[in-house]
Design a binder for this molecule. Structure first.
Ligand code: HEM
Length: 138
């Protein structure tokens, strides 16, 4: 299985990769604004290595999800359960992908097209379906 609108998603990621801003920092700023209770979870991550590694996983997950989908759908579901162990609410976990989209939209600015918007909408819906179907533990 893969994702029909991969090209539009890849374009948005490429534009962001070629921009000079701090994409990761901006996404975490969105997270901490929307879910302030998640900021202390990273208190021990003084040098940002955990946040950087997590963000790299998020982008790799998106790329695999829109491509070969070798593991992304299962990884999302297992990470939801792992993250519940860190006290990360499920809705916050799912919303993280939307925050990535929101930041990409900001970075792409005038380059953001209606096709990109609808491709991301579809991607978030498909990811959301896996989130909703993740096993409940405990
Ligand atoms: C609200 C959203 C999220 C929060 C608050 C959150 C929080 C955290 C925290 C606190 C850790 C560090 C755990 C520790 O080592 O003590 C972590 C690690 C990690 N997170 Fe998240 N996470 C979120 C979303 C995601 C998403 C969407 C993914 C992937 C699809 C993900 C993948 C990972 C991975 C792979 C690690 C381990 C990183 C490493 O140390 O190599 N997280 N997360």
């Amino acid at each position: 299985m893969s994702f029909a609108r991969a090209a539009e998603i890849e374009q948005t990621l490429e534009i962001a990769a070629n921009s000079s801003g701090d994409l990761n920092g901006a996404v975490y700023a969105r997270l901490f604004a929307a879910y302030p209770e998640t900021e202390p979870l990273f208190a021990l991550d003084r040098d940002g290595q955990v946040r950087g590694a997590m963000m790299a996983h998020v982008f790799q997950t998106i790329l695999d999800f829109i491509g070969a989908r070798h593991y992304a759908h299962r990884f999302i579901q297992t990470e939801i359960v792992t993250h519940e162990g860190y006290n990360v609410p499920r809705d916050a976990f799912a919303a993280f992908f939307a925050m990535v989209r929101d930041e990409l939209r900001t970075v792409c600015a005038d380059g953001w097209t209606p096709a990109m918007e609808s491709a991301w909408e579809q991607l978030l819906n498909e990811i959301g379906a896996y989130v909703a179907a993740a096993p409940k533990v405990g």
